[in-house]
Design a protein around this ligand. Structure first.
Ligand SMILES: *[C@@H]1O[C@H](CO)[C@@H](O)[C@H](O)[C@H]1NC(C)=O
Ligand SMILES: *[C@@H]1O[C@H](CO)[C@@H](O)[C@H](O)[C@H]1NC(C)=O
Ligand SMILES: *[C@@H]1O[C@H](CO)[C@@H](O)[C@H](O)[C@H]1NC(C)=O
Length: 335
């Protein structure tokens, strides 16, 4: 699906993008990028997409020359404006965030627990390959399946990708809105109330909503009996949860340009706020030793394919005041 169709032609005309404003020295690079990412445009729209891509490319190059803690790179999403990006891909609903109540338990922080210096659940077999949500605001479903996959692995010793489409199609009555956003905790609650979730293979991803729910209890691949939330904004509690439970679902502010084009390093950006917009999966944490300076980081699994970030992952600075709101909406399922 091309994002092009989302921009009305009238808008393109209003934006007044003319071919003459483009940098023709980038012609080869543009062609190469289109080919690598299999992009196709209508003739009228190509100049607009090219202009957006050029603007993004220049901003990426500028950032990389400034000596920051993290680097950016052009990626498969390079023809989107920040606004389109956010409309499409930052779809975690935090406006009605779940508070701990009778349906949700609160993680109990321990005053005495000594957590390991480094944790990486990928090396313990808890984490499935990086997935791709495509042009559908279903990050919440990918974050939830990631935590459920880890829990299932812990209980059964077997790692099986679970179905986001199952959550997209079937959890509307809990307040989730398919490709238009949803809540991680309500995805877990759906699995609990439903008594299970199907696997990715038995209920494949369609990258769109509108299908009727076709959950099949014969193909139940995992369960969840309770939902636990981490105290809001508490990175110490989040570290304890990640260290003792396994992968934990989190949400962050993903709305900046720098987040969209993150490539490598420890993400630490003054553009990040506490207002979370995008669900991810915390699969561990560690410390970068760079000369005399130590930088603690979270390891976050994203659902924007392996083309984004460090093979689909981000390292986000940890313990510096809840950067990007990392601990504002953390939760995990339990059996
Ligand atoms: C599951 O978690 C428990 C404690 O949380 C741990 O003792 C056990 O080794 C884990 N199982 C696997 C297969 O990792
Ligand atoms: C899920 O729970 C049901 C009922 O408690 C149980 O019969 C079933 O074995 C469980 N399935 C999995 C995959 O854990
Ligand atoms: C450590 O960090 C400080 C402040 O950011 C910086 O000035 C210094 O060059 C760093 N030292 C090393 C060895 O990287």
């Amino acid at each position: 699906m091309s994002p092009v169709s989302r921009v009305p032609l009238i808008l393109l005309a209003l934006l007044g993008t003319s071919a003459s404003a483009l940098d023709w020295a980038l012609e080869g690079e543009w062609k190469g990028w289109k080919e690598v990412h299999a992009k196709q445009y209508l003739k009228e729209e190509e100049a607009f997409r090219r202009a957006v891509w050029e603007k993004n490319l220049r901003k990426i190059e500028q950032h990389n020359q400034e000596g920051n803690s993290f680097q950016l790179a052009m990626n498969h999403l390079g023809d989107l404006t920040d606004e389109e990006f956010n409309e499409m891909l930052s779809s975690f609903r935090s406006d009605l965030a779940d508070q701990p109540g009778k349906k949700v338990a609160l993680f109990q922080e321990s005053a005495s627990l000594e957590t390991p210096k480094e944790v990486d659940w990928r090396t313990k077999g808890y984490v499935t390959p990086v997935k791709n949500q495509g042009h559908c605001g279903s990050c919440w479903a990918f974050s939830a399946t990631g935590a459920l996959e880890g829990l299932r692995f812990n209980r059964t010793g077997k790692l099986i990708p679970l179905s986001e489409q199952n959550l997209i199609d079937c959890s509307w009555k809990l307040g989730n809105q398919g490709c238009h956003g949803g809540y991680i905790t309500r995805a877990f609650e759906y699995v609990r109330e439903n008594g299970g979730i199907n696997s990715e293979t038995s209920y494949p991803y369609l990258e769109k909503d509108g299908s009727t729910c076709s959950y099949n209890s014969q193909d139940r691949a995992a369960n969840c009996t309770s939902v636990v939330v981490v105290p809001v904004g508490n990175e110490v509690a989040l570290e304890q949860a990640v260290a003792t439970i396994g992968p934990v679902s989190v949400a962050v502010d993903s709305r900046s340009f720098y987040f969209h084009f993150y490539k490598s390093g420890v993400f630490d950006s003054s553009s990040c706020t506490q207002l979370v917009s995008h669900a991810m999966l915390a699969v561990g944490y560690g410390t970068l030793q760079d000369g005399g300076n130590n930088t603690a980081y979270w390891i976050l699994k994203n659902s924007w394919s392996e083309k984004w970030g460090e093979q689909g992952y981000m390292r986000l600075v940890k313990g510096t005041g809840n950067h990007c709101g990392i601990a504002n909406q953390a939760s995990y399922p339990a059996l």
